[in-house]
Design a protein around this ligand. Structure first.
Ligand code: FES
Length: 570
């Protein structure tokens, strides 16, 4: 086994002396003589509350690395707390990926264990590891324990959207709303609904980059520590066998991830993250693959936001492997996992222990549970919708557009009693794409107008070039590409235009003659709302970010940098 770290530590020259000497600090000499150096890329941070417990998990990873003869090395990396980071954590996903990629390349490490949890953290870590292509394995931080409020399950995020609408509708007091905060978040871990964090952990396990059976173990469950320790041992084996991401992540792996995404009713955000990860590996994945593969997959998991239960229930009911066993025929039988064994081998003894949470295929909650790709003159490069989270009666709909030029414009006007809106209107929000916001925030699930909520309306067709929280629900068309700020036709829609949504036909159109549309120019209010950044990351991001249909990565980060850095530092 030739170790990458030998390039730093092997030999008796001055540079090898420098690299070893500063790292000794009580470490025995054999640590630099042929033992794999394993970084623990850790996104623990007090400002990322969903990941704050990861340093405890890292300790178990370290134990495992040491047991297997490796040398564990803490590598704190950029951490993104979904609920805190402004203007949106997605603006920083690529920065987190780029900085982790460069630190892995720059340092004497042979492999890496990736510790993530909150929404952007697992995607950014895996994008980085895929580009460097050193042996890498993910340990997901796990979901919080179930919340409950007034005798009913209260899911993270989903509860916020539901209860805040109740406040606006006048059916819940502000006092009770505040009281629900600590009922919702009652342990370490990430959101316990089928939001983006849960989705990405489960989907990355199906992809093969997490040891099968580990994703979904609650953060405070002792079995997560055991899994972390065993994964630490495995990371040393990965180095010995040269099992880098490019050696086992294939098109078949992404097929399995997409099947899992549909069967669990996962977040739409997984589309943009999986596209970006595939881009780093040189795998030609497109939004159409999600529609094509997902179209055969039944929805088997009854979790919030669309369903009833929470992640702790899913784990108790058998977890991802029990779900995948039901759709085994749709999986790629050859796709390997990080252990070197195919995913399908792990399904043999998987079992459903609670059919209320994981339903057998014969009683699927919905056929065709995949994410639908829409095209039309309003989204030439596509837009997506999650039919499982939408209202069936709105999946085919014709309504008049009510246009908002920015999220601020929306917030200012949506509760105006004189707003010309009814239940059939189509709410259009633009200026929320990767370039326009910038960063593609989770604002597409626009709150409904208060006056319609009071009338009992609970869903409307909404269209946006941004994203939607994985914990949200509704008939929301999102990731419209190209975005309005990039010249997309969404920027040409005017209030009063007729819009047609036909999910069965996969169409999203504006009923305006092509000549008339071509003659229009983007509204001044929209272009005024977009101020091109003049410095720093935002400037770099806006100048290089790609559209949602290719994963919203930066153009110069797509593909692999490799792990070789030949030039010495002294
Ligand atoms: Fe961190 Fe939901 S806010 S996972």
């Amino acid at each position: 086994m030739t170790l990458r770290s030998n390039e730093w530590y092997a030999g008796e020259d001055r540079n090898a002396y420098i690299h070893r000497a500063w790292m000794r600090r009580g470490v025995p000499d054999d640590a630099f003589r042929g033992r794999p150096q394993i970084a623990i890329a850790n996104t623990a941070s007090d400002l990322t509350p969903c990941n704050a417990h990861l340093s405890g998990v890292a300790q178990f990873v370290k134990n495992g690395i040491l047991e297997a003869g490796g040398v564990p090395l803490d590598l704190p990396v950029v951490s993104l707390g979904e609920t805190n980071v402004r203007p949106t954590a997605m603006l920083w996903r690529n920065m987190a990926a780029m900085s982790t990629e460069e630190m892995l390349r720059a340092n004497p490490v042979d492999g890496v264990v990736l510790l993530g949890g909150c929404d952007k953290t697992i995607p950014s870590l895996l994008m980085a590891a895929a580009s460097v292509d050193i042996p890498a394995v993910v340990v997901p931080g796990g979901p919080m324990l179930n919340g409950s409020f007034r005798g009913a399950p209260l899911g993270c995020g989903t509860g916020v959207w539901k209860l805040s609408e109740e406040v606006r509708a006048g059916t819940l007091s502000n006092e009770d709303f505040t009281r629900s905060e600590s009922a919702m978040i009652r342990s370490a871990g990430h959101c316990n609904t089928m939001g983006t964090a849960s989705t990405m952990a489960l989907v990355v396990e199906a992809l093969g980059a997490i040891v099968p059976g580990v994703a979904g173990i609650p953060a405070s469950d002792a079995r997560l520590n055991e899994a972390a320790q065993l994964t630490g041992r495995l990371s040393v084996e990965l180095v010995a066998e040269g099992r880098t991401p490019s050696t086992f992540l294939t098109e078949g792996s992404f097929r399995n991830a997409i099947v899992a995404l549909a069967a669990i009713g996962g977040s739409t955000n997984a589309v943009v993250h999986l596209l970006a990860i595939a881009g780093r590996l040189g795998i030609d994945l497109t939004p159409a693959d999600f529609d094509r593969i997902g179209a055969q997959v039944p929805l088997l998991v009854d979790l919030q936001p669309a369903g009833r239960h929470l992640m702790e229930d899913l784990h108790r009911a058998g977890g991802l492997l029990a779900v995948l066993r039901e759709v085994r025929d749709l999986l790629d039988p050859g796709a390997l996992t990080i252990t070197g064994r195919p995913l399908v081998e792990y399904l043999e003894d998987a079992e459903i222990f609670d059919p209320e949470v994981i339903t057998p295929r014969e009683t699927a909650l919905q056929e065709d549970a995949g994410i639908a790709l829409l095209r039309g003159n309003l989204a030439p490069d596509g837009a997506i919708i999650k039919p499982a989270a939408a209202s069936p009666h709105l999946l085919s709909h014709r309504g008049r557009a009510l246009v908002f030029d920015s999220i601020e414009d929306f917030r200012e006007r949506i509760d105006d009693p004189d707003l010309d809106v009814d239940a059939d209107s189509v709410l259009v929000l633009r200026g929320c794409g990767p370039k326009g916001y910038p960063g593609m925030p989770e604002v597409s699930n626009m709150p409904l107008p208060a006056k319609l909520l009071e009338q009992g309306v609970r869903d409307m067709v909404r269209i946006c070039d941004g994203r939607m929280s994985g914990t949200a629900y509704g008939t929301v068309v999102l990731h419209v590409a190209p975005e309005a700020a990039d010249g997309g036709p969404l920027g040409l829609v005017q209030t009063g235009d007729w819009i047609e949504l036909d999910v069965a036909a996969r169409r999203l159109d504006i009923d305006v003659p092509a000549e008339e549309l071509a003659a229009r120019t983007p509204s001044a209010a929209m272009t005024d709302a977009f101020a091109a950044p003049t410095r720093g990351w935002e400037k770099l991001y806006v100048e290089h970010v790609q559209q949602a249909d290719t994963g919203a990565d930066l153009d110069f980060l797509i593909g692999s940098s490799g792990s070789e850095v030949l030039r010495e530092s002294h």
